[in-house]
Design a protein around this ligand. Structure first.
Ligand code: 5GP
Ligand code: ZN
Length: 115
């Protein structure tokens, strides 16, 4: 755990969040500043800075994150209407929290913001 990382602190229960899914490896919680009707963040419980660390990360964990993203979307009723899963990596992407996270967005038609 990185003590100065807000997402590590959410996993540890030190900061409040509306958690919609959690297991030994993965936590999913509502984004504090939602950009769609449903906006959930899916994160590994262990601190991984970004997708730049993917090659040093257990591929099973990376796969599990996407499985949980799909489960969260299904549980939110988005399987038919559709949703978007996106991860920002580095400065040009607008990444603001440097703990890997997948945004799950849906519940209304989405534009593709390219900045
Ligand atoms: P990024 O811009 O790094 O891809 O996304 C970070 C996301 O984390 C943003 O959508 C932001 O609203 C969300 N966020 C930042 N701080 C907190 C927090 O303390 N709690 C929750 N639930 N979401 C947060
Ligand atoms: Zn962290």
């Amino acid at each position: 755990m990185a003590n100065d990382c807000i997402f590590c602190r959410i996993v540890a229960g030190e900061l409040p969040a509306t958690i919609v899914y959690q297991d030994d490896e993965v936590t999913a919680f509502n984004d504090i500043n939602p950009q769609a009707s449903t906006h959930v963040l899916v994160i590994p419980n262990q601190h991984i800075t970004s997708l730049n660390d993917a090659e040093e990360t257990d591929p099973a964990l990376l796969g599990r994150l996407l499985q949980v993203a799909a489960k969260v979307a299904r549980d939110a009723g988005l399987a038919e209407s559709g949703y978007r899963v996106v991860t920002n990596t580095g400065p040009d992407s607008g990444q603001t929290v440097f703990h890997l996270h997948f945004h799950v967005l849906g519940g209304n038609p989405l534009r593709l913001p390219l900045g």
